[in-house]
Design a binder for this molecule. Structure first.
Ligand SMILES: [Zn+2]
Ligand SMILES: [Zn+2]
Length: 348
């Protein structure tokens, strides 16, 4: 399974990562180091790929993550884990006999792949990732490995994400076309919200962006961490007339609730990879669906498996069957890990 010679000239040990990495009800367990990656239940020691709630749970004894992810977790949970340690990208750290590194995943600010090395074998746990450029986070880095543990949120050939810039241009076109309508955009609070704001700035949009209250804490944190989102204002408290023709961001759940009715003739927009499915957009009353995703689309999933050169592909969550099949067609061994607790997130 692992043909890589042992670093340091020691004899290669017969290493089979499926003997030292296990799927347990708590999550992916690295036995020689006695830690979990993105556990869904409280554990003694966790390595966390990024701050989304299906990966970063509360209640762990010790947490290892990038500094940004640690800050995001503290902001979302009110307090950090009792023992939170930040590990800078690319820096190696030993946990027992396992060497751990965090490498950018290009998903949201602070997101990292977890690179595990043990007994001459390298396993990369991607967490969630994308290959498209994102002004709010460091780009995905390819790490050659023996085993690549991948997500498969958009693991069907139908999912192809257009360039996000082109989708933002459609939003700006609509603002020009309907200058009296508030453009209410449903965005996930961590990552999508700030990416949409940064993309608007790059496209030359310089008016303040109005924010639903649920988005303010993380935007404040992004500002503090040096991510330039331009000027923004709370939507709550703004006069109805002032919101005419403005961009108003809110969590997807607020698109259809009472909150949106205070806006002047709102035009309902949503920014999500799921907007590729027009039926979903229609069901949710979305007039302007923007296909902007923080996950790899189908071509990116296939390209990334090939780029890592991994002989083995393990699929954690999403559309496992199709990706397992495609990996085998590439000549790789592949299996679904059947992880529990990673619900498909409509909004991400
Ligand atoms: Zn995520
Ligand atoms: Zn996820």
């Amino acid at each position: 399974m692992c043909g890589r010679p042992h670093i340091g000239g020691m004899p290669a040990l017969p290493s089979r990562p499926d003997r030292w990495i296990e799927t347990r009800p708590e999550g992916l367990y690295v036995r020689p180091g006695d830690f979990y990656v993105d556990p869904i239940r409280p554990v003694g020691r966790a390595v966390i790929t990024h701050g989304h709630s299906d990966h970063a749970r509360s209640g762990h004894g010790a947490v290892l993550a990038t500094a940004e992810t640690a800050r995001i977790m503290a902001a979302r949970m009110g307090a950090a884990a009792p023992s939170t340690q930040a590990l800078a990208p690319g820096v190696a750290m030993a946990i027992g006999p396992v060497t751990v590194r965090l490498v950018p995943a290009g998903h949201v600010l602070g997101s990292a792949q977890v690179v595990l090395e043990h007994a001459g074998c390298r396993v990369v746990v991607s967490g969630d990732y994308k290959r498209q450029a994102d002004p709010t986070c460091a780009p995905f880095e390819i790490v050659p490995c023996d085993v690549f543990v991948t997500e498969a949120t958009f693991g069907l050939p139908v999912f192809k994400h257009p360039p996000a810039e082109a989708e933002i241009a459609r939003l700006l076109d609509s603002l020009r076309l309907f200058p009296d309508r508030a453009h209410l955009v449903g965005v996930y609070a961590l990552g999508k919200c700030q990416r949409v704001m940064a993309l608007l700035r790059r496209a030359g949009y310089d008016r303040p962006v109005y924010l639903h209250g649920a988005l303010i804490a993380l935007c404040t944190l992004y500002d503090e961490l040096g991510c330039d989102l331009g000027s923004w204002l709370p939507a709550t408290g703004a006069a109805k007339a002032d919101l005419k023709g403005q961009v108003v961001l809110c969590p997807p759940s607020a698109l259809s609730d009472l909150w949106s009715r205070r806006l002047p003739d709102p035009l309902i927009v949503a920014a999500s990879g799921w907007m590729r499915i027009r039926q979903r957009a229609r069901q949710r009353g979305v007039e302007l669906p923007l296909v902007i995703s923080d996950h790899a689309d189908w071509p990116e999933l296939l390209a990334t498996m090939a780029d890592t050169g991994a002989g083995d592909i393990w699929v954690t969550h999403g559309r496992e069957e199709a990706l397992v099949f495609a990996a085998r067609q590439q000549g790789r061994r592949a299996r679904a890990l059947a992880m529990v607790g990673r619900e498909e997130d409509d909004a991400e």
